[in-house]
Design a protein around this ligand. Structure first.
Ligand code: DHB
Length: 368
């Protein structure tokens, strides 16, 4: 291809359907990155082609095929849920197209194709921190409640293994369907079992429903704490959850309240460009994913090429709004700091306030 041809990024996201909030966050962040860094890299014009997979993995795969064959995209990106990433991975391999996973977070996704690079996180990476924190903080018995698919299974496995290794007792492991979940019967069961805490993983966008039912059923008054990965206190919804969310402790890689200069700049610019919408961890995955693509294109002096771009993505290290990150050259997964956070009110708004950090956490799913 001539140097003058545009460099095309095919961004496939759930813009409608159950995970639409993920699509909205990632697209806004990708556009912010481009607005801040320009649409020309090393003399090459960058074109973003956004496609809505409606949260259906078969549609993701069809759109990826069309983007590769018809649009001849240089990079595929996005992927709101694990099944979307897994359905597309074989196409990335066949066509040697780098595939930047900006949202989905099951550990195994990076093993599905050597062309996958991840800018989001993994559930094992954030779950083990809670398995260490909880038993040191008076939580000796737990029931787990997870969405019944890849990331939920990862969260359940890595939390319970670590929690049990630290002497904690897992009373029961509950799984709720991903599609149209009804948490009520599960929460009733947990209330009867009376564990010290309920550990929850639900995908971005489902946390508010959990929080509402948890408080309506008087779980907190029954002495049961809510803990989990930060997906449940998602910054996209947190401020509307009300005081029921106060005091909830989670482990995660990003909070909109992360007190770095880099993050303050990011949050202010994101809110300004999006009518006050607060960026969540999905937005940061999209923003950093664009950074990874831009830097790789720059390193190839604007030439691109699947294998050259992939090589330039491996080993990238930079200061993200979330903190320092590294794209591990061996696994193509992200190494990052994981924080313990507690929901508190700051200036009249609810935030996940970080109070402890575990530095440079690799995906534990890769070392098993
Ligand atoms: C996935 C989706 C989410 O919304 C989330 O918070 C974590 C993981 C996933 O499908 O991989």
């Amino acid at each position: 291809l001539a140097q003058g041809a545009p460099f095309k990024i095919g961004l496939i996201l759930p813009m409608t359907g159950q995970q639409a909030s993920t699509g909205r966050q990632v697209e806004a962040a990708a556009r912010l990155y481009m607005a801040q860094h320009g649409d020309t890299v090393a003399g090459r014009k960058v074109e973003l082609i956004v496609k809505d997979d409606t949260t259906l993995p078969d549609v993701t795969k069809r759109l990826a095929q069309e983007l590769i064959v018809n649009d001849k995209v240089d990079v595929l990106a996005g992927f709101g849920i694990t099944p979307a990433a897994l359905s597309t991975a074989p196409l990335a391999t066949q066509s040697k197209t780098p595939m930047v996973v900006m949202a989905a977070a099951t550990s195994a996704i990076t093993a599905a194709s050597p062309y996958v690079v991840r800018s989001s996180f993994t559930l094992p990476q954030v779950s083990v921190a809670m398995g260490d924190w909880a038993p040191k903080n008076g939580i000796k018995s737990v029931v787990t409640l997870v969405s019944d698919y890849g990331p939920g299974n990862d969260a359940e496995k890595y939390f319970t293994e670590r929690f049990a290794a630290n002497g904690g007792k897992v009373i029961e492991k509950l799984r709720v369907p991903l599609r149209s979940p009804d948490f009520a019967p599960f929460l009733q069961k947990v209330r009867d079992e009376k564990p010290d805490a309920l550990f929850v993983f639900v995908p971005s966008g489902a946390g508010a429903a959990v929080m509402k039912q948890f408080s309506e059923r008087g779980m907190d008054k029954a002495g049961i704490k809510l803990i989990g990965t930060g997906d449940v206190t998602d910054d996209d919804q947190l401020n509307d959850m009300g005081d029921a969310a106060l005091g909830v402790v989670t482990s995660h890689h990003y909070s909109a309240s992360h007190p770095s200069a880099e993050n303050k700049k990011f949050v202010a610019a994101f809110e300004k460009a999006n009518k006050g919408m607060r960026p969540n961890f999905m937005a940061v995955g999209g923003y950093d994913g664009m950074r990874i693509i831009y830097k790789a294109l720059e390193d190839t002096k604007g030439k691109g090429g699947g294998d050259a771009l992939l090589a330039a993505m491996k080993g990238q290290m930079f200061e993200s709004p979330r903190g320092p990150v590294l794209i591990d050259a061996q696994t193509r997964d992200i190494t990052q700091d994981v924080y313990l956070r507690k929901v508190e009110k700051k200036d009249g708004q609810l935030y996940n306030m970080e109070f402890d950090v575990i530095k440079e956490v690799k995906d534990p799913g890769k070392t098993k």
